[in-house]
Design a protein around this ligand. Structure first.
Ligand SMILES: Cc1cc2nc3c(=O)[nH]c(=O)nc-3n(C[C@H](O)[C@H](O)[C@H](O)COP(=O)(O)O)c2cc1C
Length: 185
């Protein structure tokens, strides 16, 4: 698959059929995630693969009440919990070295995008879920406090043709030449 095709056609999918994502597929997804670049190669990410139906239901229950991903999550054959160890990326010997203390969010975002693109190539659909009670989710899964739960990623095969992509902003509104607001295009 062409990279551009994957980038443009990967979609958030919130309705899965009953296909069971395999362990081998999951291995490929987290392998691609692990190839993401990260601050000083800290690779502070950690992924928990949820297969247990009760745990999937418990974790889905931490989602915001009207979260549109609730149904597909509770039915998903696998949900990946994307976590990161805090205070590594952007820190040296425990001391923050730049303005931002949360580079792990940036690094994990790159890894999760790799994961979703890899899934797309394998014909597996995904939805990234960030609107949840992160601490409740962390406690359900016995994750120690030095790690943060950031997003979950329910996975499956799309039950229907992919939805129309939500529109993207015009390049002219977010790409500038040399100085702020100076048009590039
Ligand atoms: C950090 C992050 C958090 C998100 N949280 C949710 C969520 O809680 N529930 C949901 O249904 N979709 C969630 N999404 C999916 C976005 O709504 C979706 O990516 C966006 O509308 C663009 O659609 P596309 O992925 O098909 O291009 C999230 C996406 C990201 C990147």
């Amino acid at each position: 698959m062409e990279l551009k095709e994957a980038i443009v056609n990967r979609r958030t999918v919130r309705k899965f059929n009953d296909y069971q994502v395999t362990d081998q597929e999951l291995r490929e997804l987290v392998t691609s995630a692990g190839w993401a670049p990260s601050w000083s190669n800290t690779q502070s990410w950690m992924f928990i693969v949820l297969r247990d139906r009760e745990l999937i239901a418990e974790v889905t229950d931490t989602y915001s009440e009207n979260n549109p991903a609730r149904n597909c999550s509770v039915q998903a054959s696998a949900v990946i919990i994307a976590c990161a160890r805090s205070k590594l990326a952007g820190f040296r010997n425990g001391v923050q070295t730049t303005k931002y203390a949360h580079w792990y969010l940036f690094d994990l975002g790159l890894a999760v995008q790799n994961l979703c693109l890899q899934a797309h190539e394998l014909g597996i659909a995904s939805v990234i879920v960030g609107s949840l009670d992160h601490d409740r989710c962390r406690k359900i899964l016995d994750i120690p406090e030095e790690y943060e739960v950031v997003v979950t990623v329910p996975l499956g095969r799309a039950a229907a043709a992919p939805p129309q992509p939500p529109p993207r902003k015009e390049l002219t509104s977010f790409v500038f030449l040399n100085r702020f607001n100076n048009p590039f295009f």
